[in-house]
Write a protein of this length. Structure first.
Length: 119
């Protein structure tokens, strides 16, 4: 053994711990999760009689990264059912997307409404 290394005698305490872990009478209790996953929120577009369908498709592409086909399907769901889910996000991201969509709609003088709902 090299001169700069030292051996440490861990003694009988180590052997006691190791033997108790392998004992058939040892009962292990399950760990409790300390952190819960954060709540998620749906971002939802609401139907109105004034916002053009093409503008809704643009919003879905610009702010939610939807392709033209998927954006059109969501827009039709909003039109037919009164609302459509754009995506599900943590609270801060959902809130930011709602604000961006609402301000973009106001800038273009459309009454499009966007809300978030806890899932």
């Amino acid at each position: 053994m090299p001169a700069n290394r030292r051996c440490i005698d861990i003694g009988s305490d180590y052997n006691k711990v190791m033997s108790s872990q392998n004992s058939p009478t040892t009962v292990l209790e399950p760990k409790q999760d300390l952190a819960k996953a954060p709540p998620m929120y749906q971002v939802v577009l609401l139907n109105d009689d004034y916002t053009p369908m093409e503008f809704v498709v643009l919003v879905l592409q610009k702010f939610f990264g939807k392709g033209r086909e998927q954006a059109t399907q969501i827009m039709l769901k909003v039109h037919r059912e009164g609302k459509g889910v754009c995506g599900v996000y943590p609270k801060d991201i959902a809130s930011t997307k709602v604000e961006l969509v609402c301000s973009f709609a106001m800038q273009h003088q459309h009454p499009l409404q966007c809300v978030m709902e806890e899932t």
